[in-house]
Design a protein around this ligand. Structure first.
Ligand code: PMV
Length: 324
């Protein structure tokens, strides 16, 4: 059988209600449902071509051959299983997330891989099933199949844990400013971090309760186009996720001194009437949520505070696209 290579492009997303913990790491089922905004500025483009001449999968990332990770393997094996083939593939992936940015690219990477690999194997998966496939690579990738505001329903098994768009962003005025901070020391991976939080933070049950309530509240804010509530809920949810890390044994934190400077700056700007909010993931970078009218002012203030940091503005982005 001849296979035609397929290229897919998927954008990264920023979680406003975070996923931080798995209840089943084999099936990649999260402890709570989460909600994100897909971003236009950062994306991954991946081409997959199944080739009977290959004896094993080969993987290129940004023109470099890399070993095939267990997560990539898991997605590829699932595709082969669903398509009923055992052919190896060449995977060529390019991250259009600035390499120095240190921004998580696993969401866009595994969403693009799931799209390209499944189509290249002849599967025509519905978006929901594509999001389940992306989930096998990385939790946050589940949401990157869709554009706009996206909810990942935690579910209770492989079939019921998927994402879907809950609202488009056409009539939304929203900007996300990524403030790129250099991390001097290597931090704990998101998988390790969240497992430690689940297993050792005494506040974990409170996190689940609060995140569940915040998810309902933010969905209402999205429905009502209430930017202020959206920002307030997102900022608090991020802080609560990081409280889990600070209260784990052994405790850890993704914050660098500059992370805290930017958090303080956002709070000062807000006190001056410039409406903006922050959110932080498994790294030191801060993402500032604001509206068009304050975006330039916020970017200027950040550059003044930390002159050598990189500042990248994003707008809401689209769902997965197939290039050929
Ligand atoms: O799926 P991962 O390993 O990329 O973990 C994502 C964890 C956070 O980015 C911190 C939160 C989230 O929901 O994206």
């Amino acid at each position: 059988m001849a296979f035609k290579p397929v290229t897919a492009r998927a954008h990264t997303n920023i979680a406003l209600i975070k996923y931080w913990g798995k209840k089943d790491s084999k099936e990649m089922l999260p402890m709570n449902s989460s909600l994100s905004l897909t971003l236009d500025h950062f994306f991954t483009e991946t081409q997959v071509g199944f080739d009977p001449a290959l004896t094993q999968d080969v993987f290129y990332l940004n023109k470099q051959v890399l070993p095939v990770s267990s997560k990539v393997q898991r997605v590829m094996n699932e595709v082969r299983h669903q398509a009923g083939i055992n052919t190896a593939a060449k995977i060529v992936s390019t991250n259009h997330v600035p390499t120095t940015a240190g921004l998580a690219s696993s969401a866009s990477a595994f969403a693009a891989l799931a799209g390209a690999a499944s189509r290249a194997a002849g599967l025509k998966l519905k978006p929901r099933d594509l999001s389940r496939l992306a989930r096998k690579g990385s939790g946050s990738a589940t949401r990157s199949i869709f554009g706009g505001f996206v909810e990942w329903h935690q579910g209770h098994d492989d079939l019921s844990s998927y994402a879907e768009q809950i609202a488009p962003t056409e009539n939304w005025d929203i900007r996300v400013i990524a403030v790129v901070i250099d991390a001097s020391q290597k931090k704990i991976s998101s998988s390790q971090g969240m497992a430690r939080a689940v297993n050792t933070s005494p506040y974990y049950p409170a996190w689940i309760q609060t995140a569940t309530k915040q998810l309902k509240e933010i969905k209402q804010a999205i429905k009502e186009k209430d930017f202020t509530s959206l920002g307030q809920i997102s900022e608090l949810n991020a802080l609560e996720m990081h409280v889990l890390n600070l209260s784990s044994t052994p405790h850890f934190s993704y914050f660098e001194p500059t992370t805290i400077s930017i958090m303080n700056l956002v709070e000062r700007l807000r006190a001056r009437g410039i409406e903006c909010y922050y959110t932080i993931d498994a790294g030191p970078n801060v993402k500032i949520i604001c509206q068009e009218k304050s975006s330039l002012q916020v970017q200027k203030a950040v550059k003044k505070e930390i002159p050598n940091c990189q500042v990248l503005e994003s707008q809401p982005g689209p769902g997965i696209q197939f290039i050929n």
